[in-house]
Design a protein around this ligand. Structure first.
Ligand SMILES: O=P(O)(O)OC[C@H]1O[C@H](O[C@H]2O[C@H](CO)[C@@H](O)[C@H](O)[C@H]2O)[C@H](O)[C@@H](O)[C@@H]1O
Length: 297
């Protein structure tokens, strides 16, 4: 990230709670952005952490938010439950999965749909998290060796997710690369394949994405349904569409697509490139006394 963009983001975070939501893992995003005053949602929103320092004028109590949704799945949970005598924190239904937990949020997933509760830290949920992470490492190793003979293919490990990049692969090879990835994933029915820009994304088959992460942040910070809160989500990736849809469905705030070309999108506005995003963020700060952000778009 350029120093200028970092300055612009820092400026926004002084006035508004600000989050970076990414397909990359949280640590990677933090090392890239290097701002302690932000929320970070890595691995497509499966790993969320609040600011480690508080920005001026930001009313939200941030330090309690640390959430990981990628932990999951009934068989794993049951295995762990057998190994430990710990009582489940959530409902006793056999279809209820205890996901992760750090600090204050307890998450369970009924039939794969995460539900949020307030609670305390759970040791055995943390264990399932580790088990899940090691499974992703296993797939990472398999895919890395399968992709080795394909010039230009690259597998990226993003903690709870994997990215298989084919931007530098000859177009004639794309189909066989795709087939190879699918054949590996057949062995892992609890992982799913989605598409980004010249990248295949491998993620847990739970109903969690950038949109759910955005919704989680808005709700857990107490901003949902408030007429004095106007969330703005800016993104350039296909996976950002989930977040644009959430804002549309909530009827609160706007999505802004970053693209040089017209595209089908659930965003309400667009900016052409990162330089325009930087300018927009600067104007947002300058006009932070305005009632409605669209005045400056
Ligand atoms: O969720 P985002 O923060 O928008 O990240 C999406 C993906 O970003 C990275 O891939 C992107 O950059 C690659 C070059 O560095 C490019 O080849 C690819 O087309 C872009 O999507 C990252 O490497 C992926 O893991 C992210 O999912």
């Amino acid at each position: 990230m350029s120093e200028e963009m970092r300055d612009a983001v820092r400026g926004v975070a002084k006035h508004f709670p600000t989050a970076i939501v990414s397909g990359r893992c949280r640590d990677k995003v933090f090392n890239f952005v290097k701002l302690n005053e932000l929320y970070y949602a890595g691995s497509h929103g499966m790993d969320i952490k609040g600011p480690t320092v508080q920005s001026n004028n930001v009313e939200a109590s941030a330090e309690a938010v640390h959430f990981q949704a990628g932990s999951e799945f009934l068989p794993v949970i049951e295995e762990v439950t057998k190994q430990t005598s710990t009582t489940r924190l959530s409902s006793s239904s056999a279809n209820t999965l205890l996901l992760v937990i750090e600090n204050f949020v307890v998450v369970s997933a009924m039939h794969g749909t995460p539900v949020l509760f307030h609670g305390t830290r759970s040791q055995h949920a943390a264990k399932t998290n580790l088990m899940y992470e090691s499974r992703v490492v296993q797939v990472y190793r398999t895919l890395t060796s399968k992709m080795e003979p394909i010039p230009g293919a690259k597998v990226e490990h993003n903690k709870f997710c994997l990215s298989v990049h084919f931007r530098c692969v000859q177009e004639e090879e794309w189909e066989s690369l795709n087939q190879e990835v699918r054949s590996v994933l057949k062995e892992y029915p609890d992982l799913k394949l989605t598409h980004g820009r010249k990248v295949l994304e491998i993620r847990p088959s739970i109903k969690w994405d950038k949109g759910k992460a955005l919704e989680f942040l808005i709700k857990s910070l107490g901003y949902a349904g408030r007429s004095d809160v106007f969330p703005i989500y800016i993104g350039d990736d296909r996976t950002d569409e989930d977040a644009f849809k959430v804002l549309r469905n909530m009827g609160q705030g706007i999505g802004i697509l970053v693209s040089k070309y017209p595209k089908e999108t659930a965003a309400s506005y667009s900016l052409r490139e990162p330089a325009e995003v930087k300018e927009f963020l600067r104007k947002l700060v300058k006009h932070s006394q305005c009632d409605v952000a669209t005045e400056i778009i």
